[in-house]
Design a protein around this ligand. Structure first.
Ligand code: PBG
Length: 293
């Protein structure tokens, strides 16, 4: 009678890579690997049956433009070369926020505002450098207008997972700690979406479909199950959901206090995300899920 099942094939494990390994005992999914430890982690994931990872690079040095993002010897590019030759789909997050000194997802123009159009060129360069280093799929998460079209024009054959409806959410907190990407001033509400809007999310999806996205994504997942459902009903493209760092951290913290059972709460959450209509889910539980299923 069960309508929804969890299958490891439908989960993507995030991987953080930086100059130094950094264990995160409270949130193991958000630990940081170094170029030296990354291969062993990938082998372990493949051994567990994990099929795909999404890679985030944390550079040694940041600058105004985020030039580390498209450097052919940048951290993500080196990591991609390290990860080649395994039975693992390599997705990269395409964004500037981990690489800019101010932590915004684009370059800053007049009046401390992100300059949308100047950013497109840099994102396109970044996506190309990822593909040249061995990425199979790119996932632009910056929320600039027109970025899917710009990347599609540059890379006609590369699958694009569009972070179509990415909300300006408090649930990215632990990620920003792990990726050192909290904005130094202001916030991301100028380019990320208002949590109060669902019709706007559908317009964003529509836009990404017309620009050539292969997959639409809703992020975060649990507070936006209605958005996932609405996108599922409206569009035929594969639909992804990002079960973000704050969603994972809440359950971990409550479990550590003995308030709830982590495994049950995680399985229930992930089942709910799939039931709402996501075809696949990016989740920090992916590695643990492999042993639970
Ligand atoms: C931006 C990016 C963010 C996340 C994924 N890509 C953070 C942000 O927009 O601040 C968040 C993921 C999470 O919280 O798990 N490159």
């Amino acid at each position: 009678m069960r309508e929804t099942r969890l299958d490891l094939d439908d989960f993507v494990m995030p991987l953080f890579v930086g100059p130094e390994p950094l264990a995160n005992a409270d949130l193991p999914g958000l630990a940081r690997h170094s170029l030296e430890t990354l291969g062993a982690e990938a082998d372990e994931l493949v051994g567990l049956g994990v099929k795909a990872v999404i890679l985030f690079g944390i550079p040694d040095e940041k600058d105004e433009e985020g030039s580390g993002a498209w450097d052919e010897d940048g951290i993500a590019q080196q990591a991609l070369r390290e990860l080649q030759g395994r039975d693992l789909v390599l997705i990269t997050d395409v964004c500037l926020c981990e690489y800019t000194s101010h932590g915004h997802c684009g370059v800053i123009g007049e009046g401390d505002e992100v300059d949308n159009d100047a950013t497109l060129e840099l994102l396109t360069r970044t996506a190309r450098s990822h593909v040249e280093a061995g990425a199979h799929v790119v996932a632009p998460s910056d929320m600039m207008d027109g970025r899917v079209g710009a990347i599609r024009e540059e890379l006609p054959d590369t699958p694009i997972i569009a972070y179509s409806a990415k909300y300006a959410s408090a649930f990215y907190g632990p990620f920003r700690e792990a990726a050192e990407s909290a904005p130094a001033f202001g916030d991301r509400r100028g380019y990320q979406m208002d949590p109060a809007n669902v019709r706007e999310a559908l317009r964003e999806c529509e836009q990404d479909v017309s620009e050539g996205a292969d997959v639409l994504m809703i992020k975060p997942a649990l507070p936006y199950l209605d958005v996932i459902r609405a996108a599922r009903e409206r569009f035929d493209l594969p639909l992804a959901a990002y079960n973000v760092s704050g969603e994972y951290a809440m359950v971990k913290a409550a479990a550590a206090k003995g308030f709830l059972d982590e495994r049950q709460a995680a399985l229930e959450s992930l089942t709910a995300i799939k039931r709402a209509g996501a075809d696949f889910v990016i989740s920090y539980w992916t590695k643990e899920l492999a042993s639970w299923l």
